[in-house]
Design a protein around this ligand. Structure first.
Ligand SMILES: [Zn+2]
Ligand SMILES: [Zn+2]
Ligand SMILES: [Zn+2]
Length: 293
């Protein structure tokens, strides 16, 4: 597992193009196991010791102090998805047309078309199928009754789609992906088709951008930026993601929903809150009871 400084170095080399994305990923993920966290390493322990304050930054207690992160890094796959979406958008704006026969081939290869039964009179796509009564179908819109619904051929659907992508006739999710087994309509299919093309075209750029964002997040996390020292009680009682520095004293932390930290409350209220922390109650409940919520 790379140390903090090695990660910074890796990011620099990748940014400057001194190493390839492939090599950077290999170096980073080498002996990286899911679940194995950086806080088991010597590097982390040494740097942690320098960051840890002498007392809790919320309540001033010195009981079992730990470093608590106020924000958490995203997963690499989240960044990859985000950046792919961005490049798909760019691709769509510059290559909005897909060759019709290419699109048709793509559909035939990757999807099963399950045609939707339509009313023979008005063409509505929701005729009720009756179990005991004949004729078998009854249209919910025009009340027409019939035995044989009509179906649109794939060719017809695609033709309509090429004239108007928003047309009612092409909104049904009547295509089942052979790979994912989920239902798509023609707009969905077009999106994923263009996404695939964008991915193939910009694979290296997308991968590099996503990996650099991930690395930056990862380095920030390991830098202990955006952390506070909290005692065991505060760490377990408060939602630490929703903490911020008290604007009054700029020393202690407070829940974002409260105007000040505990220490900046008037003497009587402060005492009451600290007593309640001793009983391990939630800050929220305390504030409610004290009428300062
Ligand atoms: Zn505390
Ligand atoms: Zn009808
Ligand atoms: Zn304060």
């Amino acid at each position: 597992m790379l140390t903090y400084n090695e990660r910074i170095e890796l990011r620099e080399k990748l940014t400057n193009g001194e190493i390839s994305l492939e090599l950077a990923k290999e170096l980073y993920w080498k002996d990286y196991k899911e679940g194995q966290r950086s806080w088991h390493t010597k590097d982390w322990k040494e740097r942690r010791a320098k960051i840890l304050k002498e007392k809790c930054e919320i309540c001033d207690s010195t009981d079992t102090l730990t470093i608590q992160h106020l924000s958490h890094p995203k997963k690499y796959s989240d960044y990859e998805r985000e950046i792919t979406r961005k490049y798909t958008q760019i691709f769509k704006e510059t290559n909005s047309d897909i060759d019709k026969s290419e699109f048709k081939k793509h559909i035939a290869k990757n999807y099963d078309y399950i045609a939707v039964p339509l009313c023979t009179n008005c063409g509505d796509n929701r005729p009720n199928k009756r179990v005991r009564k004949l004729p078998q179908y009854r249209c919910a819109v025009c009340q027409h009754e019939f035995d044989e619904p009509i179906y649109k051929s794939l060719e017809e659907l695609i033709t309509i789609f090429y004239i108007d992508e928003e047309a009612l006739d092409v909104r049904d999710k009547c295509f089942v992906s052979k790979k994912w087994k989920n239902n798509h309509n023609l707009s969905n299919i077009k999106y994923w088709f263009q996404r695939e093309k964008a991915k193939n075209k910009d694979e290296e750029i997308i991968g590099k951008e996503a990996f650099l964002l991930y690395l930056t997040d990862d380095i920030k996390y390991l830098s202990f930026e955006d952390t506070i020292t909290a005692c065991r009680r505060c760490a377990s009682n408060y939602d630490l993601k929703n903490m911020e520095l008290c604007p009054n004293c700029k020393v202690h932390y407070k829940g974002i929903q409260y105007p000040t930290c505990i220490q900046c409350l008037p003497e009587d209220k402060r005492k009451a809150v600290l007593e309640m922390i001793e009983f391990g109650k939630e800050w929220h409940t305390m504030h409610k009871e004290l009428g300062i919520d």
